[in-house]
Write a protein that binds this ligand. Structure first.
Ligand SMILES: [Zn+2]
Length: 290
């Protein structure tokens, strides 16, 4: 049974959609009330929200691995906040919430991206439920590469990130807010149906993507970016990139093409990843009959 749910916004301070929705639900709590469920709300990084920045010292959504939490040499606004949140929400093996839903946005065309940090019947049923209700849902998994997970939502045994895009950082966008809110309400519908054992037993093929790598921007000897994402892949998140397809247009007018095996791509030209000079991520598609 899922009894206590936490809805989170502002883990990244400039992803304003989640902040706006959490504020809205705090004003109008009846919108998220459900029979038999305790649903709380949280603004995760108030300092970053105030500054309208992703983070102040360190990405808060990279602070919740046991390795980081136990490292006493690490300091800063987000580390302090991470410890405060663990005190408030409970630790990974003793979380006060059965499910955490963390609301994010992307500047890339990520559609309604639901991010998994683990694979089990509950999470697969939840993703399947969502895929059958919205044709803009794309499931990705970050479970494989990260056993000791660093996401805030990974504090809870059940968790999901809702990441909607494209939307500019720090802006409020009607359609993005609506997509995020409707997705959250569908997730609550799922929990109600799950608790009441009213999920449809019809078979469904669950589709998700697993991350395989990151492609960096071309840079010169000084580390300056000297080519941008080619227009032919701009906005083409979750499409198949074939060998020989253009990926970068260089300052000198030349075109760099994809040399590896065909691969799916995502986070194409994501603004939040420029600090790491990541141009896009690569993924492989997985299918499972449920
Ligand atoms: Zn985010």
């Amino acid at each position: 049974m899922i009894k206590k749910i936490l809805l989170v916004g502002g883990t990244h301070g400039n992803e304003s959609t989640g902040v706006f929705l959490i504020n809205k639900w705090q004003r109008f709590p009846h919108l998220i009330q459900r029979e038999g469920l305790q649903i709380d709300t949280l603004l995760a990084n108030p300092a970053a929200i105030k500054a309208n920045r992703r983070y102040i010292d360190k990405d808060l959504n990279r602070c919740f691995s046991n390795a980081v939490l136990k490292d006493e040499s690490l300091q800063g606004v987000e580390l302090e906040r991470a410890h405060e949140l663990v005190g408030q929400l409970g630790s990974k093996d003793n979380c006060r919430y059965d499910l955490i839903i963390d609301l994010h946005t992307s500047t890339a065309n990520m559609k309604v991206n639901l991010v998994l940090t683990k694979h089990d019947d509950f999470h697969h049923q939840m993703m399947s439920y969502m895929q059958q209700r919205r044709d803009d849902v794309v499931v990705t998994s970050e479970a494989e590469m990260i056993p000791d997970h660093h996401f805030l939502c990974s504090l809870s045994p059940h968790n999901v990130i809702v990441e909607v895009g494209p939307v500019a950082q720090g802006t409020l966008h009607h359609q993005t807010i609506e997509r995020t809110e409707q997705t959250t309400l569908y997730l609550l519908d799922f929990v109600e149906a799950y608790n009441q054992q009213q999920l449809s037993s019809e078979s469904h093929q669950l589709e998700w993507f697993e991350y395989t790598g990151k492609v960096k921007y071309p840079v010169n000897a000084d580390g300056q970016i000297i080519g941008c994402v080619h227009q032919s892949i701009q906005g083409k998140d979750f499409s198949l990139l074939r060998t020989g397809d253009p990926i970068f247009i260089m300052q000198d007018g030349s075109v760099i093409t994809h040399q590896g095996e065909p691969t799916y791509i995502s986070f194409v030209n994501e603004a939040a990843y420029y600090d790491q000079q990541i141009a896009f991520c690569t993924l492989q598609k997985k299918l499972k009959d449920l």
